[in-house]
Design a protein around this ligand. Structure first.
Ligand SMILES: [Zn+2]
Length: 273
């Protein structure tokens, strides 16, 4: 599944090619990708809208059009490709945006879990999936007091709580393990029991880990590739989230456990409970 750094990489690549392009029309081959509004309205509203910018919130890509925001979530396997209109459609290309330069932006999704919303600009804080998202890792409001407040009633292991997108967006399973290792915090520690210094460590190491992942183009685990087929290099740099490895600090064997069903890697010497 693409995580925040991969989505950010996709955003940058799309923005380079799409700024100021006009969507002439859209053809939808698999209706369930479109969550809102109804298919016919979606098609009508998006026609002849210009793409003024492409932003990101959490793992949502946000195409800023003239009157609407087009939100796109890649979920497990979603990818975007640019193709000439003469190129035969691949069977996994479910939504085709016809642009004003004889190029098509094609949304490709083998699992068909991806979702799109088209929302009027003045309703973006009222409806749709962005309203329940937490802070971005780089938001200046993300500080110790914010986390203290969010964690105070959370008796779950910090590993599980870091994945909660209503607190901080964009920390996926791999990144949570890396952040906790850098912070020397056991993934089993209850979120409500963390002290100020540990909260500070989590905030700092979240930024460090995601910055590094974005710089390296995200991590390519499973079948994820970005628009140009560029593979992420972050997976070569993982400290603990990998099988049968030794702790880079103490050479202890890295343990693999499951926390709330998610594979979790950690060093039980450096990350004591
Ligand atoms: Zn260690």
């Amino acid at each position: 599944m693409p995580e925040l750094p991969e989505v950010e990489t996709v955003r940058r690549q799309l923005k380079e090619k799409l700024n100021n392009r006009i969507i002439k029309k859209v053809i939808i081959y698999y209706n369930d990708i479109i969550s809102y509004p109804k298919i016919e309205e979606f098609k009508k509203q998006i026609s002849n809208q210009k793409i003024n910018d492409i932003k990101r919130r959490g793992k949502w890509l946000i195409f800023e059009l003239d009157s609407y925001y087009l939100l796109s979530h890649l979920r497990m396997e979603g990818k975007y490709f640019f193709k000439k209109s003469s190129e035969v459609r691949n069977k996994h290309e479910h939504v085709v945006f016809i642009l004003d330069n004889d190029v098509e932006l094609r949304y490709h999704d083998t699992r068909k879990f991806g979702k799109m919303y088209l929302i009027e600009k003045d309703k973006i804080n009222l409806i749709g999936p962005l309203i329940k998202l937490g802070l971005e890792p780089w938001d200046s409001n993300l500080d110790i007091n914010y986390l203290k407040d969010k964690f105070k009633n959370k008796k779950l292991p910090i590993k599980a709580v870091l994945l909660d997108q209503s607190i901080i967006v964009g920390i996926g399973n791999i990144y949570a393990d890396e952040i906790l290792f850098l912070s020397e915090i056991s993934p089993f520690k209850r979120a409500c029991d963390l002290d100020d210094n540990q909260l500070r460590q989590i905030i700092e190491n979240t930024k460090i880990t995601l910055d590094k992942a974005i710089k390296l183009g995200g991590s390519t685990i499973h079948s994820y590739t970005s628009v140009d087929g560029m593979d992420g290099k972050f997976q070569n740099e993982l400290l603990v989230h990998k099988d049968k490895s030794l702790c880079p600090n103490c050479k202890n064997e890295i343990k693999k456990v499951f926390i709330k069903g998610r594979g979790t890697y950690y060093c039980d010497k450096c990350q004591k409970l």
